[in-house]
Design a protein. Sequence first.
Length: 170
Amino acid sequence: MEILTLNNTTYNKNQYQKVIDTSFTQLVQPQVTTIASTISVEEFFQDYQILFYQIPKFGEINSHEYLIKTSKEYIDDTGLPDDITQALTNEINLLRQENLELQLLQPRLTIEDLKVQFPSIPLPTLPEPEDLIPDNNTGIIDEIDVEREKTRKEKRRERRKARRERRKNR
């Protein structure tokens, strides 16, 4: 039989954090931050001139078509996609064409045509303004006042009669 000797090293509460690594390095990948080298606008256009013919003309990304599309969206900033803008432009052109055709189909009217369609109607002669002003001697205003007074008196009589009826019904 062989005897094994085990050595047990113990640390107090304050020492073990200095000696033992308690972080979870095996479960989580360490984050490596790399700083991308930034270039200036001037350097970008210098590189663009060098790479100009190496960039494909067409493509969803990394192409001249992509550069044009994204730059146009940035400059125009209409908020509408190109296909919708094109469809609206086509509709406007179609409506303009239809409008022009309708104008060409309609006959042009002249003043003589209008005279035939709408003949002039003679208007009655109006009295002179002096004739419209009532003369104090005619009594027109007095007659109106008398009529108003009669209607007032009739209304008063009707109200009195209604009051008497209500008193009787009580």
